[in-house]
Design a protein around this ligand. Sequence first.
Ligand SMILES: *Cc1c(COP(=O)(O)O)cnc(C)c1O
Length: 395
Amino acid sequence: MPGFELFGEEERQEVQDVLDSGVLFRYGFDQARKGHFKALSFEKELAKCLGAGYSHLCSSGTAALSIALAAAGVGAGDEVIVPPFTFIATVEAVLSAGAVPIFSEIDETLCLDPGAIKQVVTPRTKAVLPVHMCGAMARIDRIKTFCEEQGLVLIEDTCQAIGGSFNGKALGTFGDVGCFSFDYVKTITCGEGGAIVTDSRDLYERAHAYADHGHDHVGEDRGLEGHPILGLNFRISELNAAVGLAQLKKLDAILALQRKNKRMIKDRLTGVPEISFRHIPDEAGDSATFLSFFLPEEARAREVAGHLAGAGVDGCFYWYDNNWHYIRQWAHLKKWSSAAMLPAQQFENCPDYSKIALPRSDDIMGRTLSMLIKLTWTEKEVEERIQKIIDALKE
Ligand SMILES: *Cc1c(COP(=O)(O)O)cnc(C)c1O
């Protein structure tokens, strides 16, 4: 799964270009930079690869979410519908925007259930933020239709699903804006990095300005640029962008390897009694970073997780107990433990997160196991793995 498995000469060469010029900043220094614009090149390649109108590269996936929320006009007191199964960053970004995360149930896609969203919409709902978890898609067509009908902003957290698609259209391009992460353990990596993509020129310009202290990026002299809005600094360095540029060129190869390895395992596990696979609305668009499946009951899922660990099958996740990816362990959220003052806490519409009940999500997550799909496995290693998994499921 992680692009760092394929780190090599290509990444070294891109970084070397930057080191040779000494220009680590993405803007300006045109003479010295010898034609190398790594961040800008990455943005062009990413937009092309996803079929998006515009892309802006930033310092992290979390930054991308913050930029997306700001550029889409989501702010103090606005409600944003999020799933309880995601990396905590999704929730943190909503809170730091001053907005109120509203949790809605997931379904067997392991992503937001489009049917459940209806039940949590209020007049204060401003945006829906589905997360394409573990490499595959939410029922994004239905979520999009719902947002259009209700006039809600749609922001896709695609941090875990670059290269995924639904009916041939790239994940991250269904919403008003899509967010990506290139941290060290994602499908492709910049070391640290993120990006937003959008088809709206207006949204792109606000995002670009917001991510760089409000600069309008018009004219030759950065010091003389206008500042139509206030912003922050979510810039990426040319060094990180250079690594990402090399990685992006490997994306197709990475996806092909993931899909091949996943297919081998999934084919052999198909028909094993007890397990059923995560529902993937468009199998062909699965980026295949993970294989996820359900056991009939929570107790059995825990038992199988134990057998897999005992057999040395690495890269297995029982998300229900995970500190970072499921609401159950988010005591900090439930107690409002943060270094910052979070405005959401003061709004009447803010739920008491210690009392949120998500019985369907709990039931699904309690029965779910996921396995990382690696890029560097040999066929023999995949075969051995399959045998261990089958044995663990027989115990
Ligand atoms: C990784 C991740 C993020 C945050 O990305 P960073 O680059 O680590 O800040 C956000 N959402 C999801 C679903 C993620 O997996």
